[in-house]
Design a protein around this ligand. Structure first.
Ligand code: HAM
Length: 519
């Protein structure tokens, strides 16, 4: 008997349905318009990449990489694990047979992997593969010859095959992207974009994936709209323009109850000394800190500054501040950025504790928080990441960007009562009598071609029921087409908000509704 299971979206993921999806489209469309007015172009990157791309750029020690990524282990890696396990306990004929089977399956899959390009065809791999193939052929022949009990020769065979299987370079796994800056930098290098004229100004829109504990404003599949500028210049005017663009966009979509926080976290010349100093000071107060912060003293002391734990706040306030330890270049960069922000009349607050949770940042960091969101109130985060492209094997490159959390932004816009009334259904065609149906189809097509959203009931309905449905669907107008209307070629147009009716000829009807659309 088939089980009647009720499927639900996986925890931390959700469906976005109409009419909410219209709000999402409007939000994303507005971002495109604003970003393109600043000469940004869209980049679309895959939603999964090599795990090591994220580990190298975001940092292997960060929460995002070490705890939250959705990673797919390669099948060959799983088969390797099964083989190594089976080969460690060969004590009788049965376990010897199992070992041989696992070895054969591994070698089979290795061949397939190399052929389809999932596994590197580097000479070392190809050589190991051919030795392993010879071992499999020889072993199967020996086994079929009746030598199916473990002995010294088998043990030696086993030892060699274990070493060889371990030598295969399967390559790292793949992960769903937890963010897109790493992918953009990968693409920049892969497509040699440094050779293109000017700075590369790119934006992206799409889903990201982090296995976080779901709560209001925090999802496992969430959506970001991000922008990145990559090139040779680290002029603070770039940072300021990026922030201006962000705030122009937030203003455009009615996300106005926001605060912009900025900070500079120094660069590779001054940050290491500051981090060491911070670590020393933190060790002195270690006993007063909670477990997470205690651990971070050694792994990543900057992250202690991010702590939201009430008992830790007064201790953190006494710690040394990065702003007092910036090198001359970083200090000048930060001062110039603030000048540029003032020039653009951008309100901001300095927050020396804004260190961000991803490792690639240098100098400028920023975050925007919004009201109405509770604890997950950051609607945008970003900053400078000079040197990241180089770290990923590309040329020396400067970079800065941000990512807006769409889910949270829309939540905040809705809670602030600023969501726009999006037009939705314009015209409902209430037709009755089969003779009027062809005219209804024809009129619907003409109105749709004129850009109006039109609902045409697929089956005949009584006028009363039909108009009731038009109301429920939120249509602004109903066009009434009965047999009389078809005969006289004049149609009744009813405005559903107040019931106002007028009779119009077909041409007048089209003209009238088209002009309504333009309002
Ligand atoms: P992030 O601060 O990790 O930065 O994420 C940016 C924004 O994405 C957050 O401010 C938040 O609005 C949203 N967000 C993050 N995680 C979740 C979640 N689990 N559920 C809902 N929304 C979430 C980055 O991702 C960097 N790549 C930004 C960047 C671009 N820096 C330079 N360029």
């Amino acid at each position: 008997m088939s089980e009647r299971k009720q499927f639900r979206a996986i925890k931390g993921t959700r469906d976005i349905l109409p009419p909410d999806s219209a709000l999402w489209n409007w939000f994303e469309h507005s971002a495109r318009e604003v970003f393109e007015s600043y000469n940004f172009g869209e980049i679309r990157t895959p939603i999964f990449e090599e795990t090591s791309l994220f580990a190298r750029s975001i940092g292997a020690n960060t929460d995002v990489v070490s705890k939250e990524m959705y990673t797919f282990e390669k099948k060959l890696e799983i088969l390797r694990g099964a083989f190594l396990q089976s080969s460690s306990g060969v004590t009788d004929a049965a376990s010897l047979r199992k070992y041989l089977q696992y070895l054969a399956v591994f070698v089979d899959n290795l061949q397939r992997g190399i052929t389809v390009g999932e596994v590197s065809n580097a000479p070392e791999n190809v050589e190991v593969f051919s030795i392993l193939t010879a071992i499999v052929v020889e072993s199967v022949a020996r086994h079929d010859n009746g030598q199916s009990e473990p002995d010294d020769r088998w043990n030696e065979q086993l030892r060699r095959s274990r070493i060889l299987v371990e030598q295969v370079d399967i390559g790292g796994g793949e992960s769903l992207r937890p963010e897109a800056t790493a992918s953009v930098c990968r693409a920049y290098i892969e497509h040699n974009m440094q050779a293109l004229p000017g700075n590369q100004k790119l934006y992206y829109i799409g889903p990201m994936f982090r296995r976080e504990r779901p709560q209001k404003g925090r999802y496992r599949q969430f959506y970001q709209i991000g922008a990145e500028v990559l090139g040779q210049s680290d002029a603070p005017a770039i940072d300021a323009e990026v922030l201006e663009m962000l705030l122009v966009f937030f203003n455009r979509v009615g996300l106005t109850r926001t605060t912009l926080y900025v900070n500079s976290i120094g660069d590779k010349n001054c940050r290491p000394q500051y981090v060491e100093l911070l670590r020393e000071e933190l060790r002195k107060v270690k006993d007063k800190l909670k477990e997470d912060s205690q651990r971070r003293i050694e792994t990543n002391p900057l992250r202690v500054l991010d702590s939201k734990i009430p008992e830790e706040q007064s201790i953190i306030e006494t710690l040394p501040r990065i702003s007092d330890h910036l090198c001359d270049e970083c200090r000048a960069h930060f001062a110039k950025l603030k000048e540029e922000l003032n020039l653009r009349r951008i309100d901001y607050k300095e927050n020396w504790r804004l260190v961000r949770g991803l490792d690639y940042y240098t100098r400028t960091t920023f975050e925007v928080t919004a009201e109405g969101l509770g604890s997950q109130n950051a609607v945008c985060g970003g900053g400078r990441y000079d040197g990241l492209v180089e770290l990923l094997g590309g040329p020396p490159t400067k970079g800065i960007g941000f990512a807006i959390g769409t889910d949270r932004s829309i939540l905040s816009i809705e809670e602030g009562g600023n969501a726009p009334k999006l037009s939705g259904l314009a015209v409902y065609i209430a037709w009755m009598g089969l003779a009027s149906y062809p005219t209804a189809v024809n009129i619907a097509r003409k109105l749709r071609a004129a850009g109006l959203s039109v609902e045409l009931p697929p089956e005949e309905m009584k006028f009363k029921k039909s108009l009731g449905l038009a109301d429920k669907l939120g249509a602004r107008y109903a066009v009434i087409i009965g047999e009389d209307e078809v005969a006289s070629r004049t149609f009744t147009l009813k405005r559903l908000a107040d019931g106002d009716q007028k009779k119009l000829a077909e041409g007048e009807l089209l003209e009238y509704l088209e002009s309504e659309r333009r309002r």
